[in-house]
Design a protein around this ligand. Sequence first.
Ligand SMILES: Cc1cc2nc3c(=O)[nH]c(=O)nc-3n(C[C@H](O)[C@H](O)[C@H](O)COP(=O)(O)OP(=O)(O)OC[C@H]3O[C@@H](n4cnc5c(N)ncnc54)[C@H](O)[C@@H]3O)c2cc1C
Ligand code: SF4
Length: 466
Amino acid sequence: MPSLRHKMPEQSAEKRRSNFSEVALGYTADTAQAEASRCLQCKTSPCRQGCPVEVNIPAFIKHIKDGQMDAAIQEIKHKNNLPAVCGRVCPQENQCEKHCVLAKRGQSVAIGRLERFAADHGQTHDNGAHPALKESLGKVAVIGAGPAGLTAAGDLAGLGYQVTVYEALHAPGGVLIYGIPEFRLPKDIVRKEIDSLKQKGVTIEVNAIAGKTFTIDELISEQGFDAVFIGTGAGLPHFMDIPGENLNGVYSANEFLTRVNLMKAYQFPATATPVHVGKNVAVVGAGNVAMDAARTSLRLGAENVYIVYRRSEDEIPARSEELEHAKEEGIQFHLLTAPVKINGNDKNWVTSLECIRMQLGEPDQSGRRRPLPLEGSNFELPVDTVIMAIGQGPNPLVQQTTPGLAVNKHGNITADEAGFTSKEGVFAGGDIVTGAATVILAMGAGKKAAAAIHDYVQGKKARNHG
Ligand SMILES: Cc1cc2nc3c(=O)[nH]c(=O)nc-3n(C[C@H](O)[C@H](O)[C@H](O)COP(=O)(O)OP(=O)(O)OC[C@H]3O[C@@H](n4cnc5c(N)ncnc54)[C@H](O)[C@@H]3O)c2cc1C
Ligand code: SF4
């Protein structure tokens, strides 16, 4: 029988329900070496096909097996600027690990856990030696300090560009810092990854809003940037348009998680931002964002936290690990259930969520079976808080203030695979182009755009001097 992957040590569900410390504790060196020994070092390495940033997976795993931990992290960093983040939040089960030959015979190599081990080793054993900055090949501006922007910035700085990242919020990181909770992705880990980009020469300016503080055209015509990369993400929350959404106690997941993560509401009153959850919380949706909002509510002291989702468990879009963790912690699932109305009291505070039961019909355009309401099945869920986690749209400001920048019907910037937009010298990638997706896809887009920007800037310089 093929060997099983090594378990990730974790805080017990009972303990972690009431703290914000990281759930997964990470492999020890011995466990990492034992897990790395399961890798067959396949010549064709199918695992690599599943990695959007093309990490040489067998090579880094072999280094871990041989106890060469510094070499392992160096190998990963050739391709991946944020390995400690990816090792924690990438949906590996649908990417590299899905392609691993061992997946067919039992359990794939735990590639994500090994990446996390190597990255954490790198963060704690940084010898302080960083490559000297090369002579500048040109000036590039990056809008948005999320995974797409940071990756493009890191690659361009590595190539020898002078890169300035402009970030609207007061801290860089995008969703990694304001969305994904501390218990899945400690903010200290993200900060260290960003520090290592700064050491590569990337300048980050926070509280700088493209479309308000300056425009894209000004960056090119007045500030002398050779190219601009836009990675402004999908930060605009969707609502359902049902009665009662304006009541007190209704949040978008985005606002709720930003209050708790970025503004540290869980430490109120030591911090200035409060957050109210009450005893009973309903979270509408079942993606990663919904699981994060539900598990955060539990940690803030709610007694009952419900996920309300209109399809069945088979269609749940959250990572399987997050779903399992949510179940272990006691999140309650109302599947095949859709909200129709939010009720409130005479002070306009939420008192309940009215829902209807659903059944699944024929597949719709998404290929998933369409949920249909079961007439007369309405029921009321008594709750104090309703958190909407049904998806996000593109941040619109840059598109509205940049003439000549084409967008699609959803407001996403139109860009090709390499990140070229309709506007000369302007590139884009990540959620702002694809719609809400994943960290690694945003990073892959940032990488491709960095390569395209390099070709574009050098081509332009050669023509100007020719
Ligand atoms: C709660 C939550 C949990 C998630 N969990 C996972 C997960 O487990 N695994 C996974 O792979 N993916 C997950 N995702 C999705 C993933 O985080 C995103 O796909 C990814 O962050 C997209 O990267 P990005 O760089 O395109 O955008 P973002 O991360 O959104 O970064 C965009 C940045 O641009 C800034 N910005 C916006 N407009 C402007 C402007 N006008 N000027 C300057 N700056 C601007 C924003 O403030 C932000 O910092 C999650 C998303 C959320 C919301
Ligand atoms: S496919 Fe799996 S076993 Fe083969 S090299 Fe990749 S990680 Fe190792």
